[in-house]
Every structure is written in C-alpha cells, then in structure tokens.
Design a protein around this ligand. Sequence first.
Ligand SMILES: [Ca+2]
Ligand SMILES: [Ca+2]
Length: 271
Amino acid sequence: MRSSILVVALLAAACATGSDPAMTMPDAAPTADAVRPPDGRPDASLRDAPTPDAPIPDAAIADARPDAPIPDARPPDAAIPDATPPDAAPPDGPCRVQLLGNADFEDTTGSGVDKIIDPWSTLTTKGEVPFFIDSSDELGAVDAFSKEGDYAARLGTADNVAHQLFQTVDVPAGTKRLELSGWFWVRSTEPPPAHDFMKIEVRDVQGTLIETLGTLTELDKGDDYVQRTFKGSNATHGGKARTLVFNVTTDISKPTDWFIDVLDLEAVICE
Ligand SMILES: [Ca+2]
Ligand SMILES: [Ca+2]
C-alpha cells in the first residue's frame, strides 16, 4: 500500500511542473497581435486615406489668383520716356534755309542780251538797259569786276531809269523772318543827298510790298564790294511764295551802278 501512495504522489508532482510533454496545454486563443501584417505596420488602407479637408499647397493658391499683378506690365497710359511733343521743332532740322537759285549768278549762260539767268527775272519800266547780269568781259568793259566767278549783276548804269531784278521763292513753314546777305558795290559820282536808290524788297506773288529789307543809295558808294546783311523782321512769310526784288531808280543826272554778287537769302526758322 505504501508503494501505491508513492506512485500517486510522484505522478501529481510531475503534473504540477509541466515537465512531461504529454501534459502540455493546447495553444492559447489568437490575440490582437496576430492580425497585423508581417512587417508590424498598421493597416495600409487606413494609413493612406486622404483627409477630406486637407489644405491646398501654397503654390497652387499663387497660380490660381486671377488678379495677381504682372510685374513687368506697363500701365496703359504710361508716358513714353523719349516721346517728342507734337509741336516741338525737329531736333536735327535746320534753323536756316537758303532760298535763292543762281545766287552767285554762276549758273548764268551766254552773253549779251542772249543770257539765260533763271530763276532770275527782270522788269524795265523806264529807261533802256539791255541786260542786268554781266559776264566778266562785260564788267571789264566798264572797269568793273565780279566778286567771285564769271558773272555778277549790274543795276542802274544810266540816268532816269527804273527797273527790277527779282526771283520768287517758297518760304518754309515756320519761318520767323528773312535775312539777305551778299556782296554789294555801289559806284556813283552823285554828291549827297541821295538821288538814286536801290530798295531791297519782299513782295507777295501779286506784287504787293510786304517788307523792305534795306536800301542802298549813292551815299553807300565805294571802290569795291562790301559784304552787307539785311535782317527782316516780318513774320508772315512762312509757308508762302515770296518775291525778292532789287528795285532801282535813278534821277536825271550822274548815274549810279549797283554791282551785286554771291547772295544768300535765308529763311530763319530758329535763332
Ligand atoms: Ca558770281
Ligand atoms: Ca543820279
């Protein structure tokens, strides 16, 4: 009997220590860890779901603004920096324009009464003078000479004459006044006071006197050419045709000659 009890006691002890493989308990029920993916991360479908009210990135907002200023845009009414006012004088335009043709008489051809003197014309109202522009030979025949070249004008020459040498020119718009310069030689035996006159006139195309630029009489006589300038002041010539007239009259005795060469009639547009 004592041996039986010992066996039972030994069996009980063995069961209490679990040392017997036959006494191992079955596997426990699965826990929460058992449903995780092998890498241990949370469920991927939950992790990647978008948040409904997520903010739009800043770049997208900047591009979407309809009224954003364009940095380089010029306001529609911005002034152009180098624009020229419409009424300003052209910066490179001439201030003076020479108007005469054949101004030194060197475009004259021929001799005697057969000369072509364009664009000059002549008019005789009293006395007889066969021609008004002389060649060097014709000048030499009366002990005279030109200032330059082979031709010069010669007016007067006799007693009791009235005649004109004239040329019509187009005066540029914007002209403020006219100015004539040239070489003039007055030769006379008249004593003072003045009896013989050469008036330098500006007329319109109808012949109406607009302005007298100057007058040379026998009081201006000398032995050679003198350079002279006659400044006009009339401001109405611009944009019109005007006629420059050398208007000569002599009295009944002691004639006067006016030799003229190398003229320059200028339209003064700016001073
Ligand atoms: Ca000449
Ligand atoms: Ca005289």
